[in-house]
Design a protein. Sequence first.
Length: 276
Amino acid sequence: MKDLLDGKLLLVGCGKMGGAMLEGWLSRGLDAGDVVVQDPAPPPEIVAMLAEKGVRRVDQVSGDDLGGAPAVILMAVKPQVMDDVFPSVAGFAGENTVTVSVAAGKTIQSFESLLAPSRAVIRTIPNTPAAVGRGITVCVANDHVSPTHREVATQLLSAIGEVGWVEDEGLIDVATAVSGSGPAYVFWLAECLAKAGEAAGLDKELAARLAEATVSGSGELMHRSDLPPSQLRENVTSPNGTTYAALQVLMAADGLEPLMKRAVDAAAERSRELAK
């Protein structure tokens, strides 16, 4: 990653997501001198990390901080403040700059409207496991993004997990519903499993431990295995055994699959509403 950039990387916003990305870049060899952070009030642990790594932080970036048009402007601020923050940095984007957004609900057009014509924009949706380097980020590019821009974005985002691309911006809403919001569904599964164990007689603390370890362990098994989830499920399921009995409930016509479809549809529709 040391020779990845042809210019500075301007990271706007260095909270949990921005901080996780920055730590990933630096651990992969990106020179701290190639990064400028704009954030007037990052969390204390981020302030300490920036000082330790020698990364320059400013309340409001200037041309002197960047020494010319940056190679990348990466917007990692919350969606509700994006409209207040992005106009102040949009003017720094040069012909070869790519603007990358990790904010939910902000369309490519919303960035293009504030940039000079023909500027490259990539919209992405990461998810919270990025905080431990196990996230997945889905990206979509406008027509001005070059193969080099795509490679730069892929390498930068790979620092927090896997990266995938779609060609239709509308699919970002679906990705938001599946992977962006998905961790909350998994956490709720752990909560529900614990409550079911407690209701069946287990001690509350033990039920929680069993549920949390089972969900996290199963996720790690799936991550390490080359087998699809369906095969892993079948491997655990003995004919007419206990798992089989439970799956008859979960896989019934009114079971988990249609419920999950309704949940994803609801999240995707809300994502579309927020983008209007």
